[in-house]
Write a protein that binds this ligand. Sequence first.
Ligand code: SAM
Length: 361
Amino acid sequence: MNVAEAWAEAARAVPRERFVPAVALLGVLPGSPTSWIDRDLDPEGWWRAVRSNAAIAVQLDDGVLDIEDKPAAPFAVATSSCSAPSLVFSMLDLLSADKGDVVLEIGTGTGWTAGLLAARLGPDNVVSVEIDPAVAARARSNLRSVGLAPSVIVGDGALGHPERAPYDRVHVTCGVTRIPYEWVRQSKPGGVIVLPWMPGWQTGHVARLTVVDGVATGRFHGPSGFMLMRAQRPPEVPITGEPRESVSTLDPHDFASAPEGLALTIAGLLPDVRGRAAAHSDGTLHVAVRHGDSHALAVFPPDAPEADVTQRGPRDLWDELEDAVHRWNAWNRPGPDRFGLTVTPDGQYVWLDSPDTPVRT
Ligand SMILES: C[S@@+](CC[C@H](N)C(=O)[O-])C[C@H]1O[C@@H](n2cnc3c(N)ncnc32)[C@H](O)[C@@H]1O
């Protein structure tokens, strides 16, 4: 049986419908359209959602709002989900786990991914860590319903699970900005870590790292958006400080089309800086950049090449961003296939072409 057949068999043994609760929310990303699904009120709609390729939120605001009440809370944040099937299977493919491998999963959620891994590798070879006790309890019960009982541990996945280390594979299904070194420490030599890296600029990137001599290195494999690991959510810092006005001549198309190579350049040069570009209904393009109490906002009018920029706080974030864009242009706009990520005991860095050439020197 080839790998695709093996995963198809696992998917048949672990059907998604066993992992989606009766009431849930279709669509999870902030700003994306969402709609309630309810198995009792609209069974057809519920099945359509389960069979679709959409992520389905199963918890809001860390469980403070009960999702079964279908809270009318437009600002509620989805904090646990059954991930989008195409992303689940593409990440499992990248993991390239095989019979006999022991896998640590971080972020059990509904337990669907843990179930697929358990069906393929055997439940004794899968350990999944979930921070939320109620989510973990439901995942265990979902898994029991398909006759599987991999180890579901309640704890902070950033610490891994040293009791069962070393692992052949670490599979991460919550977004991380800073990759905990524990995952590298708890991997076998030659072990593989697959994770959604979410450095903060637009969307995230799936990274596949291989561990050699205590260092994890690898490349990016396409965009991904995942819920951030709890402790890595950016703190809400109020915007204060006197505004500093200027004009930007950056090409707004660089932001509107958000090429992944530029996003990786920015992530590598400006670690922990968050940013978003959003088109407004009046035709303007807003680009916001943030780090701690530093903030910058550029507003590009529809047909004018220049944007009005307002910067606040100790850092001139817009100037730093412009510098990053100029560097990406000077490198002839490399695409995401030329970038990679390395994690050492001292931290992490983005590189271009080779781990010996970090983008930030
Ligand atoms: C996108 S969901 C995981 C989807 C899941 N793999 C599935 O198949 O349904 C992300 C999960 O990560 C969990 N999480 C967040 N921070 C965590 C942490 N520090 N340690 C472990 N789990 C965490 C959330 O509670 C949430 O359930």
